[in-house]
Write a protein that binds this ligand. Structure first.
Ligand code: ATP
Ligand code: MG
Length: 329
């Protein structure tokens, strides 16, 4: 079986973008692949967090991903900060990653523009920690949204560089991007990607939003003045809504155009909203049950951190030896 690795930051409430771009398929992959999933909480502190809120977001994200269908009988699902090998390998990989490479990362440029008062070293070296996450588990495939493509490329380069300098150590991973929905845009500013950490909550649909909130956000989504549902350049708002509708219904853009021929944007937005509400309802219900089972959740992440540590440590040990750190027998 090929190994799949994917992670998400508990940096806020999980969005429809996260769900459609990366996590909707997580349950279905578990039979075909050896799946390893993580909450990337070390990455989260690259942006300042309020401790109590951060803890709450982490626990909620853990429960919500279980509600997406991660099955800990089949897959590993752990919290990054509870597996020390991530920070350890990240340090080593930092020393095999060039300043120039990190400087070219568009996520760094975007996030440092957004958090100009806190452009910390962690934000800059975010991609080498992400490389460590992936490489520790010898992952073959990394299902993520298209916004992470550049980071996956860098992880590949770091792996190839290390393998060439020493000897084959890391599996060189490949990104796995959905055909539609790989980049869901903000409903308020369709030129910007939908992000958990966005300040404009109206632009983001959260997986845990109430049906009323979801409908309201779709009804207010920014579109254009043409009032014809079709996919075309310059119609970012409509394109985005069509993308969301297409992933959820499995319909092609042509089919959607036909379905809404002669109808206005109001009807279309209503239909998209309704489809999202229906998709999320069973997930929300499962989440509500899980979030009340704190002891179960804790037992789950404790055990999964132990299992992940055992796997990660094998890769880390090889790396330490190859680099030349003096070994204790
Ligand atoms: P943050 O704003 O804190 O970076 P985020 O919404 O970008 O939050 P991440 O935790 O960074 O979420 O990413 C989790 C996963 O969701 C990744 O696989 C990422 O590619 C995917 N993803 C994030 N935003 C989108 C989006 N707008 N459309 C599709 N996929 C997305
Ligand atoms: Mg992100």
């Amino acid at each position: 079986k090929k190994t799949v690795f994917s992670a998400i930051q508990p940096s806020g409430s999980i969005t429809l973008g996260n769900f459609l771009g990366a996590w909707r398929g997580c349950a279905a992959m578990q039979d075909e692949y050896r799946c390893i999933y993580a909450l990337a909480d070390l990455h989260t502190i690259t942006v300042r967090q309020e401790p109590a809120k951060f803890r709450k977001n982490t626990l909620e994200a853990y429960a919500l991903l279980l509600a997406f269908g991660i099955d800990v009988e089949k897959s590993l699902f752990f919290i990054q900060s509870q597996v020390p090998a991530h920070a350890q390998l990240a340090w080593v990989l930092n020393c095999y990653t060039q300043f120039g490479e990190l400087s070219r990362m568009t996520q760094f440029k975007d996030k440092s523009a957004k958090h100009a008062d806190n452009i910390n070293a962690g934000l800059f070296t975010y991609p080498s920690l992400m490389a460590a996450d992936i490489l520790l588990y010898q992952a073959d495939l990394v299902p993520v949204g298209i916004d992470q493509k550049q980071h996956i490329e860098l992880a590949r380069n770091i792996a190839e560089r290390f393998n060439a300098l020493y000897s084959p150590t890391f599996t060189v991973p490949e990104g796995m991007f959905p055909k539609t929905g790989a980049k869901i845009m903000s409903l308020q500013d369709p030129a910007k990607k939908m992000s958990k950490s966005d300040d404009n909550a109206n632009g983001c649909v959260y997986v845990l939003d109430t049906p009323d909130d979801i409908m309201r956000k779709f009804k207010r989504a920014v579109t254009d003045s043409e009032a014809r549902v079709h996919y075309a350049e310059g119609k970012d708002g409509i394109n985005n809504l069509m993308g969301i509708y297409a992933v959820l219904t499995g319909k092609s853009y042509e089919e959607i155009e036909r379905e809404f021929e002669g109808k206005g944007y109001g009807d279309f937005k209503e239909a998209v909203g309704q489809t999202v509400v229906e998709e999320l309802a069973p997930i929300q219900e499962k989440f509500r049950r899980l979030i009340d089972s704190k002891d179960y959740l804790e037992a789950c992440y404790r055990e999964n951190a132990q299992k992940a540590t055992a796997i990660a440590q094998r890769t880390l040990n090889k790396v330490m030896k190859k680099v030349g750190f003096l070994q204790v027998k």
